[in-house]
Design a protein. Structure first.
Length: 128
């Protein structure tokens, strides 16, 4: 599945796949796996893109606002970002980002994220 996601991300970046085509692949179940608790192991390459089925939750530690540390709980970060409600399942696009020097904390949508200094991996989420 990781190889398929990397190929789709490559073609999407090259503007060879439209949002409609990506959506069709997602709807057919070709791209999205169930989200792991965190994606720290997948954050090796800045710019890498993954698609996951996420069920929103408030449990789990989250560090950052909009850009989260690689060890932040995806389900809670998705709720914090306002992309999914607690108990709601949706497809999210996860993009690996360059690490920040400082992660801010905040409380949004019932989830509190925490401040943290430099951390080696980071990601951003968007709903598909």
């Amino acid at each position: 599945m990781k190889v398929i996601q990397e190929l789709v991300a490559h073609f999407e970046r090259q503007k060879k796949l439209s949002a409609r085509q990506v959506r069709a692949l997602l709807d057919q179940g070709y791209l999205a796996n169930d989200a792991p608790p965190t994606i720290i192991e997948l954050c090796e390459t800045v710019g890498a893109v993954y698609y996951f089925r996420v069920t929103g939750a408030t449990e789990g530690m989250v560090w950052g606002v909009d850009t989260y540390t690689g060890d932040s709980a995806i389900a809670a970060a998705a709720v914090h970002a306002g992309l999914v409600g607690v108990g709601e399942t949706a497809i999210v696009k996860v993009t690996v980002m360059a690490p920040l020097n400082q992660y801010q904390g905040s409380t949004r949508n019932g989830v509190t994220s925490h401040e943290f200094g430099r951390f080696g991996t980071a990601y951003r989420l968007e709903r598909v």
